[in-house]
Write a protein that binds this ligand. Structure first.
Ligand code: TXD
Length: 311
């Protein structure tokens, strides 16, 4: 049977941490691809992780490459290729450069790993995953964007920080696009089954929602050079693991909606069941009028950015 094969397209900040976490979880052998200009960088990271393995005894092989042939037959492909934000930039500012990059990546994934489950991470996420799907022609159950896993993780972290309760017991979902219009659903957030409005004031909850919507920007400002990478990598690996182990976890992800949530033909952050068939199902939630209006607003924003791709 052999080990599973995971290809990471982009071996920068997130790609490097992904290789580390994937190794520590022994999810499979990992190939880190990047452009020839930085081939040494990914080869160096891969070798460094190979040499870390003896300390805890992880059995997985990690290689760096700038030859697409090496991703041949991958079970999972994670795409972080592109450029991240600098302070003052919005995610949408990255569209033209990252669109060119995703075009090249999509053609190569289609050629070398057409059977893979593909997780797109590059920003602006909702438009780049749309473009990847259009260009690669891969089926919709095997193309997904990572954003909701991270955004709901941030929402969970802030709820735990404000209540002082275990992050493990916080459960919540964020819908919509990956940007300031995202919709953290406070009404459905709980800690150990207890609704958060029993635990926090209305003002505190609103402040947490606002912080969640701006969490990426908060980190971009602090780092001064690039965007978050530890938490995105951990969020991505939850999705990879649910697919490879057929866990059928429910993880908010940017999936192609065809009627769900009154959206047709766009990738939008919605609760997804991730198992061995990829995105096996989109779960619907009965939203109230305010939540519906907020979702429409974020969908309109995503549509406008997708229009700009010309695809
Ligand atoms: O929730 C989310 N979806 C996100 C997305 C959370 C955080 C960051 N998000 C986005 O991920 C971010 O805005 C970027 O578009 C990507 C990757 O972020 P990262 O921090 O890893 O960026 P780096 O360190 O710049 O790494 C990108 C790598 C770098 O090594 C480049 O050389 C490589 O991408 N790159 C390419 N790889 C393959 N093919 C091509 N053409 C290419 N061009 C650049």
């Amino acid at each position: 049977m052999g080990r599973k094969k995971i290809a990471l397209i982009g071996g920068g900040q997130i790609g490097g941490i992904l290789a580390l976490i994937g190794t520590q979880k022994e999810l499979g052998d990992i190939v880190v691809f990047d452009i020839p200009q930085v081939e040494g960088m990914v080869k160096g990271k891969a070798l460094d992780i190979m040499e870390l393995r003896p300390h805890d005894g992880y059995d997985a092989n990690i290689t760096g490459t700038s030859d697409y042939k090496d991703i041949e037959g991958s079970d999972v492909v994670v795409i972080t290729a592109g450029v991240p934000r600098k302070p003052g930039m919005t995610r949408d500012d990255l569209l033209s450069v990252n669109l060119k990059i995703i075009t090249d990546v999509a053609n190569n994934v289609k050629k070398y790993a057409p059977d893979a489950f593909v997780i797109v991470v590059s920003n602006p996420l909702d438009a780049i995953v749309y473009a990847f799907h259009k260009i690669s022609g891969l089926p919709k159950n095997r193309v997904v964007g990572m954003a909701g896993a991270l955004d709901s993780g941030r929402f969970r972290a802030f709820i735990a920080m404000e209540t002082g309760l275990s992050v493990q017991d916080v459960s919540c979902v964020v819908l919509g696009g990956h940007g300031p219009t995202m919709v953290p659903l406070s009404r459905l957030a709980t800690v150990g089954g207890v609704p958060i409005d029993n635990l926090l004031s209305k003002e505190k909850i609103e402040a947490i929602e606002k912080r969640t919507r701006e969490a990426g920007t908060e980190i971009v400002k602090l780092l001064g050079n690039g965007s978050a990478f530890f938490s995105p990598a951990a969020a991505i690996m939850e999705m990879v693991e649910s697919y490879l182990k057929d866990k059928k976890r429910v993880i908010p992800s940017a999936a192609l909606c065809e009627g769900e949530y009154d959206v047709d033909g766009y990738f939008i952050g919605v609760p997804c069941v991730i198992g061995c068939d990829g995105i096996e199902k989109i779960l619907e939630i009965d939203l109230n009028a305010d939540e519906k209006a907020a979702l429409k607003n974020t969908v309109d924003h995503v549509k406008a950015v997708v229009e700009e791709t010309g695809l």
